[in-house]
Design a protein around this ligand. Structure first.
Ligand SMILES: Cc1ncc(C[n+]2csc(CCOP(=O)(O)OP(=O)(O)O)c2C)c(N)n1
Length: 885
């Protein structure tokens, strides 16, 4: 026999001989020297195997059982009997709340099954881990479990029965939000999680921001970030987007608990697979500590008997779709369809009755198992932890919902099901009260209420709770941070450049400077911010472990543990989440910070718009800066880069003030005002500024126009003393086209004009909307909006911006003038600014022709004049509408 053949026949017989010997040796090591020693040996063997290129791929997941063995789980510090009673009451009130709300007022929705599945997870957190008070932990709640959280606050005496009765009726006073919306329940919720995926990402960046504050020696705490999320939710790309930064930056102040009820809305999360094992591989792969809590204490004895690990094998072979069916059926069914598959497995449960089998719980419903996992999680150093808790969707809902395919949408239970529910959880509720869905609140002196309050007191206070103190931070004067704008300058520069100069100056301010959090997503050089690398350092918790290539330069790439700049890499979602963490520091930590995130404007509202919406819900304070803005102003980049819509989207966010200024002086005024209002006056608003990379001259700052700049517009230039006059409105770089158009109108057609610098069509529109409403409700009123007042004439308006027409049209409805909107509807494309503005028909020539046309439309000018102008400016007339091509 050749030696190769020898090797292969040996390999075939390995199982019988060598492998067993190795296994026996391993068992002996464990017995004689303990598990840690066995681990050291295995790691050494693995290392050697890798050196010898013995390439094998160990499974990235562990067996389908609890990570923490029973003997290591420790003793439970709470009173399980009382906690079970409390949980039962919470379950009932949550259920009653959803049912009542729907029965009384019609279909407003609500969910029973999600909270039913995670009640024990939350109770272990509330009774033993989630800190409250000044040092409150940051807890992200699974949104559909909100009824359970309200139920708890009801027992704690923080919400009234009246409020519970108004669950999901927020148009009324005292209504309770469907999900966790801080904006609508300002003293209760902290973090919106209703849009799946946003919670996990935000939680990671909140944990990271706590480390940032600490590493910069600004604010130290031992707060922990907990996030309870759904297993279905983990399919969201945002849920996964931050996992690697969490381990890379050693966020051991972070714990995720994934409520693995194996179901999402329509059906199983992984019918043909095992979501828990999949998530374990995923989290382990990115360096998280993974703790599985799969089986309740009732299983312990069975596992002890299973010396051959046959049960584990059977678990491994069972897909989630089947687990769900098993979960929905009774003990007899489980015996027949699961345990009987292998006679030896059946033997393991031979001493159990059908009802014992029925009562074998999943780990996520077992206080002891959960407590051990939470405890290990918060004591794990150097990495974040995920607890994968296996639960049942609709736990306790019986045939009406437990593990049923339709569980998520079930909003009511019939009387029999309610009785079953009551009996199962041993609730002291009469049939009559069951039928009337009466909320149940034990007496203040009851052991349940006393216990629950005592636990919260020990942990520092109630949560969730949002409490905002007005902490005022002094801000520099405009003459300080924008001194350069008070001097005449011949230099041509972009508004981006102007803003970065202001930022540089603000960073030097003693009180506000350290609180600024500049954030970039790999575009600092693009925006001329590279000097900040060395000036304030790039945040890197491990410092800088290398000598940067450009170390001899004064603009060297400097990473530092106390670095101030957050360089997020090509990661707008992460950058925005950092921005939110910093922008809500005033409410979450009573430590106001002022984030300044500058990004390619199209990669803002368009790419991470939902995160901005969720940010608004949290009432952040800070600046979002859309740079390289404007469809025609970012000239060479093409369709996926040129933004012509962000201002329109921004206009839909109620607490966001968005501006599109033309000149650096205007920008300075807005920046100054925003900084002052957010930091000194503690106003709940945030700002979106668009800035561009087009270079031009900027006039000296003129504070006379301050009010107009802030309100959204002012008369910039008046040449309206002609027989025919028009109003030219322009925002951003389009203002300069308006100024040129005014000259052409006068020189070529003797038409006068008033040029208005519009810094914000949306701010103008918001105010006009208020005035219109006032007048509607006070019919005698003759109140005029601000835009009407600065206009004060009925000449036609040609309104332009480098955004879609709908942006300037925001104000059209409030004015009686003939209104023509010019804008950049359609796909962007690469070309010069001049060609693009011609193509989108927003340049000076088109402004003139539009002005003539507007006068013609109101009967003040003959059509020939327009034809003459079209010829004179050689405008294309055979072009398809650019917004359609
Ligand atoms: C971004 C987003 N997409 C869809 C939904 C609608 N939705 C709400 S709950 C849900 C299923 C949640 O399943 P899972 O995360 O497993 O939580 P469970 O309720 O099962 O515990 C869906 C699809 C949403 N809220 N957010």
């Amino acid at each position: 026999m050749s030696s190769e053949k020898n090797k292969s026949s040996f390999a075939n017989n390995l199982e019988a001989v060598e492998v067993n010997e190795w296994i026996e040796s391993l068992e002996a090591v464990i017995q004689n020297y303990g598990k840690d020693s066995a681990k050291i040996i295995l790691e050494a063997v693995e290392k050697k195997a890798k050196e010898l290129r013995v390439l094998y791929e160990p499974l990235p997941y562990s067996p389908y059982r609890n990570t923490i063995p029973t003997e290591e789980q420790g003793t439970y510090p709470g009173d399980i009997a009382i906690e079970e009673k409390i949980t039962a009451i919470l379950r009932w009130n949550a259920l009653a709340m959803v049912m009542k709300s729907n029965e009384k007022y019609g279909e407003v929705g609500g969910h029973i099954a999600s909270y039913a599945s995670c009640a024990e997870i939350f109770e272990v957190g509330f009774n033993h881990f989630f800190k409250g008070g000044d040092n409150a932990d940051l807890v992200f709640y699974q949104p559909h479990s909100s009824p359970g959280i309200y139920s708890r606050a009801f027992l704690e005496g923080r919400l009234t029965e009246h409020q519970l009765n108004n669950f999901r009726h927020e148009a009324k006073e005292d209504g309770l939000s469907s999900y966790c919306h801080p904006y609508l329940m300002k003293d209760f919720w902290n973090f919106p999680t209703g849009s799946m995926g946003i919670g996990p990402l935000s939680a990671i960046y909140q944990a990271r921001f706590l480390k940032y504050l600490s590493n910069r020696s600004l604010y130290k705490s031992n707060k922990h970030v907990f996030g309870v999320f759904g297993d279905g939710e983990m399919d969201e790309e945002l849920s996964l987007a931050g996992l690697s930064i969490a381990s890379r930056e050693n966020l051991d102040n972070l714990t995720f608990v994934i409520n693995c009820n194996l179901q999402r809305l329509d059906g199983p999360v992984r019918g043909n697979g095992q979501i828990i094992q999949e998530l374990e591989s995923l989290f382990k792969g990115v360096g998280w500590n993974v703790i599985k809590v799969l089986w309740g204490s009732e299983w312990d004895k069975i596992f002890d008997m299973d010396t051959k690990h046959l049960l584990l094998k059977q678990f491994a072979d069972t897909v989630d779709g089947k687990y769900q069916t098993l979960g929905a059926r009774d003990g007899a069914y489980n015996l027949k369809n699961f345990f009987s598959k292998d006679p030896e497995v059946l033997e393991l449960v031979s001493g159990l009755t059908d009802s014992d089998i029925d009562n074998l719980k999943r780990g996520g419903h077992d206080f002891k198992k959960l407590h051990a996992a939470f405890n290990l999680a918060i004591n794990t150093k150097g990495k974040p932890t995920v607890i994968l808790a296996k639960t049942k969707k609709g736990y306790g809902m019986g045939k009406a919902g437990e593990s049923r395919m339709t569980a998520h949408q079930t909003k009511k239970l019939d009387l029999d099901a309610l009785k079953e529910f009551r009996d199962r959880f041993k609730l002291q509720i009469s049939d009559k009260n069951l039928e009337s869905l009466k909320f149940y609140k034990p007496d203040e002196q009851s052991e349940e209420i006393k216990y629950l309050k005592n636990r919260r007191q020990t942990l520092g206070g109630f949560i969730p709770q949002r409490h905002v103190d007005d902490i005022k931070i002094n801000t520099p004067d405009i003459t300080e941070h924008s001194k350069f704008l008070f001097e005449v300058s011949d230099r041509e520069y972009s508004t981006t450049n102007g803003l970065i100069r202001i930022l540089g100056n603000i960073l030097k301010h003693k009180e506000l400077g350290p609180r600024i959090v500049p954030i970039v997503a790999d575009e600092a050089r693009t925006f001329g911010m590279a000097n900040l690398f060395s000036q304030i350092g790039i945040y890197a918790p491990q410092g800088q472990l290398y000598e940067p290539e450009d170390s001899s330069s004064i603009l060297s790439y400097k990473e530092a543990k106390n670095g101030q700049l957050l360089e997020e890499g090509i990661n707008e979602a992460g950058a925005l989440s950092s921005w939110v963490a910093a922008g809500t520091s005033y409410s979450n930590h009573k430590f106001p910070m002022l984030p300044f995130y500058i990004f390619y404007s199209i990669f803002g509202f368009q790419r991470v718009g939902d995160l901005i919406w969720a940010a608004a819900d949290q009432m952040p304070r800070g600046f979002l800066v859309g740079a390289t803005a404007g469809r025609t102003t970012l000239s060479g980049e093409g369709l996926q880069h040129q933004d012509g819509q962000s201002q329109l989207v921004a206009s839909t966010i109620p607490n966001l003030k968005s501006y599109d200024p033309c000149f650096a002086g205007e920008l300075a005024v807005i920046f100054d005002e925003g900084t002052r209002r957010m930091m000194k006056e503690c106003s709940n608003e945030f700002y979106y500024l668009t800035v561009t990379n087009e270079k031009y001259h900027h006039p000296k700052i003129n504070l006379k126009h301050k009010e107009g700049i802030i309100k959204g517009g002012y008369l910039y230039e008046d040449n309206s003393n002609q027989k025919l006059n028009v109003n030219l409105f322009g925002s951003g770089p389009m203002l300069r086209e308006c100024l040129e158009a005014a000259k052409l109108l006068y020189n070529d057609f003797n038409i006068g004009s008033r040029v208005y610098s519009i810094t914000s069509y949306s701010e103008l529109a918001k105010e006009a909307r208020e005035v219109e409403r006032f007048n509607k409700l006070n019919p005698e009123s003759k109140k005029k909006s601000y835009v009407e007042r600065i206009l004060d004439n009925l000449d036609p308006i040609v309104a332009s911006s480098d955004y879609v027409r709908a942006y300037s049209q925001l104000i059209a409805t409030y004015l009686n003038n003939k209104f023509i909107a010019l804008g950049t509807d359609g796909f962007g494309r690469s070309d010069t600014r001049k060609n693009l503005r011609d193509f989108f028909e927003v340049d000076r020539n088109h402004m003139v022709v539009s002005s003539l046309f507007s006068l013609h439309q109101i009967g003040r000018l003959n059509a020939e004049v327009i034809t003459k102008a079209i010829k004179k400016y050689k405008l294309q007339t055979n072009l398809d509408h650019p917004w359609n091509v």
